[in-house]
Design a protein around this ligand. Sequence first.
Ligand SMILES: *Cc1c(COP(=O)(O)O)cnc(C)c1O
Length: 429
Amino acid sequence: MNFVSTRGGVPPTPFDVALVAGLAPDGGLYVPETIPQVDLDVPRATLADTADAVLAPYFAGSRLRPRLAALCREAFAFDAPLRPLRGPGDHVLELFHGPTAAFKDYAARFLAAALGELRAPDAPATTIVVATSGDTGAAVAAAFHRRPGFRVAILYPDGKVSPRQAHGVECWGDNVQAYRVNGSFDDCQRLAKQALGDTALRAERPLGSANSISLGRLLPQAAYYAHAAAHHRAAHGRALHVVIPTGNLGNACAALLAQRMGAPIGGLHLACNANDTLPRFLAGADYAPQVTRATLANAMDVGAPSNIERLRHWFADDATLRATLQATTVDDATIRATIAAAPARHGIVACPHTATALHVLETLRASGDTRDWSVVATAHPAKFDTVVESLVGHAVEVPDALAACLARPASAIPLDADFDAWRNALRAG
Ligand SMILES: *Cc1c(COP(=O)(O)O)cnc(C)c1O
């Protein structure tokens, strides 16, 4: 299949080219030329099987097509269970059973495996540059760790991620190097962009990106929505509606894609933290990116969601978009209260991101909504022990994969938010 840019300035581009490029040459985001229809009403046996069915049309004509089933088995090697909660029709879709206990593991693993397949065996090593405000860095590090032909350089803002998130970025070693930046996430993102835009540096050190605008991260995420909705429909005969904790809008765009491809997904409701660019826009205001605000749900601290371009591209106009999607902003005090009440009310311990969605679910129920809803649990609460444990009043059990990561020694190179220092570090690395 061919891909076009949200800004309309590039000719139809084959998948393999779009995947390696990341951003389209006109500065837009790649989207499929048309959204393929797949029979997603039939539940498939495994998540990897569903991923294969969802991704197959996009890979038509790709060099990766014959390897797609194997890539799906590698990336979707752990379950994404849909579990009932206490309230009638309430569910949680757990996306945190991967090596770094957040949903980004699925797509990062898929992207790493796909780029690994596309790479020429004699090519010099590519350094994947990532700026992270939370979970992306760890997921990308884990996915590329010890993968031949790749190195990873992760930039994260010192003191602005949870201690366990920091450990998850710093604990890999081998071909992965973490840089602890004396600055904000926006500084980290600027340094990553500057490096990727530096032609002289790239001639010396091949660089690549793995950020959330990449097709290799967007498309695979449609799989768990399609899988959960198909099984829900088969068991109950009803569509599944979802509340998605949202930052850069990648996960929400993937849910929309699954729905448009034919998965039995009802409404989508986006839960945001105090970074309310999207709720304001959907409520009717002009689109206005804002300066990022730090919140308890730090992986959703995004003032200018990059995937907004895809969302607007997929609707005829903003009025239709506003009539179809809803978004709600949830402040830190409400996140805290929701985490504290969740064990008794819903029977789960929620991370701060998941708590934004739980609060939206509670609001829907209070307004009399009786449809089947699932909140999306984007990270395991044990990653946010410093916030969660004092609110629920007990220790949170650490999943095995996260425990293994925490048991490894951690190290990072301190870096000032200065491009010369960063360029020298990349040259030396
Ligand atoms: C990245 C992340 C989000 C936001 O996902 P987007 O695709 O950027 O909207 C939500 N929760 C957690 C735990 C995350 O790591």
